[in-house]
Design a protein around this ligand. Sequence first.
Ligand code: UDX
Length: 469
Amino acid sequence: MDPDRTLPPHVLIFPLPLQGPVNSMIKLAELLCLSGLHVTFLVTDHIRTQLLKYSNIHSRFTPYPGFRLESIPDGLPEDHPRSVDGLKELLGNFKINNRTRTLFRDLLTSGKLISPVTCIIADGFMGFACDVASELRIPIIYVRTISACCLWVFFCLPKLIESGEIPFSENELDTPIKSIPGMEGFFRRRDLPLFCRSCNLEDPIFKFHLHEGKENPRAYGLILNTFDDLEGPIVSQIRTFCPNVYTIGPLHAHLKFKLTQAGKSSSSNSLLKEDTSCIPWLDSQPPKSVIYVSFGSLAIMTKEQYVELWHGLLNSGCPFLWVIRGNSVLLELSKGMEERVEERGCIVEWAPQEEVLAHGSVGGFLTHSGWNGTLESVVEGVPMICWPFFLDQQVNSRYVGEVWKLGLDMKDSCDRVIVEKMVRELMEVRRDEFRKSTDQMAKVAKECLMKGGSSYCNLERLVNDIKSM
Ligand code: UDX
C-alpha cells in the first residue's frame, strides 16, 4: 500500500523488549513526533503493561495526536520472569520466532494503523524486521542502542577469528588486539565483550553477533545513540560497512533540549517504579560528595561481589547512594547490611537516575558501563568507576578509562581493596583531573545538540530522509 502524500509520514518504531533499548527508542519516538511525523511505537505485550503501569506514556504523548502505542506477544509464557536468566530465551524467542514475524507482518498489512507505514525503525538485533520490510517494500532503518565502539567490535569479529586473535586463553587477556582498525595500541583481549572469552565459536550469542556485520548493512541506514565528538573516529570505521549512519545522541539530552525549545517538559519512561526518596537525602549531602552506585536493569551480582562492594564503599569513607534492584542480590544478605549502610548511605530499589546524576551532590558514578547510563553520566559531567558485567560493557569501560579519560576501569579486579582505592582516587586524589575532562566532554555533548551541531544536523537529515521516502 502506497503512503497517502497528504498525511504526515508514518514511522513504526520497534525496540527490543528490554529497559535500555525501550528507554532510548521511546526518546527517538518523541523526537520524531516533535518533528511532525506520525509514530507507532510497537512493543511486546509485557513491555506495554510495564509502560502503562510505571511511566506516564499516555499523558506524555497526548500532545502528539499522531502517536500510537501497539503491542504483540513476545512468545514467552505469561508467568515467565523475563529477568536476566530468561534473557537468552527471550531474545532467542523474539528473534527467530516465526509467530512474531507473522504478527509483525500482519500488523503492517492490517489497515488498523493510523496510516500506511512510510518507514520502519527497528532494533538492529531484529533481522526478521528487515525481511518483513523488504517483502512489503517498506524502507527500514536500524537502530543500535549500544556504543559505536562495541558495535565496531561486533562487526570485526570475523577479522578477529581470521587473524587468530579469538579464541584465546585466560593468560592472554592482556595481549593487545591488532586486527580491529582504529583500536590498535590500547585495546586488549580483556576489553572484548565477555562472550568472546568463552572461546566457544558455537555459542549462539557469539554466532548471532558474528552475523551482524552482514545483517546491519541491509538496512537503508543506521541510527546510533552517540555523538561525533565522542565516537567520531569509530563511526567513520562503521561507515565502511554501513555508509548511511545517523549519529543523533545523546538521545536523552537531545530530547530534553528539543522539548525545552518547544516550551514542553520531559518525563520519565522507566519500566520500574522510581523511588524519589533519595532526592531529599541527596539534598542533605555536601556538593559533589556522593558516589552513585547502580548496575542498570539486567546485571546480577553474586553474593561475593556484593560483599566486596559493600566493604569497599564503607571503607572509602565516601557517602553513597546505591541502587539495589529487588532481583539483583540475595535478599537475606541485604537485610543485615542495610542497617550498617544507613550510617553513610542511602539504598533504593530503583532511582530516578537522570535526576540523580544531574544532582549537585553527586560527584561520581560507580556503574556497570551500560550505554544509557554512560551517556547520562557524560552529559552531566560525572566521572565514572566502571565495573563491567557483559555485552558492550567491557568495551565501554575501556573507552571511559583509556580513551576518553572520564574515569577508571575496574574490570576483572573488583574486590574491596580496589573499590576503596578507586573511590578515593576518583572522589579525592584525582578529582580535579577528572572534573576537567568530564566538564569538557559534557560541554561538547551539549553543543552537538544545538543548531549546527553534529547531532542536530543528523536528526534533521534523518527526518528529511524519512519525509522524502
Ligand atoms: C542494557 C545492557 O545491559 C547494556 O550493556 C547496554 O548498553 C544497554 O542495554 P542496562 O544494563 O539496563 O542496559 O544499562 P543502561 O544502558 O545503563 O540502561 C539503564 C537505564 O535505566 C538508564 O537509562 C538509567 O537511567 C535507567 N535507570 C537505571 C533508572 O532509571 N534507575 C535506576 O535505578 C537505574
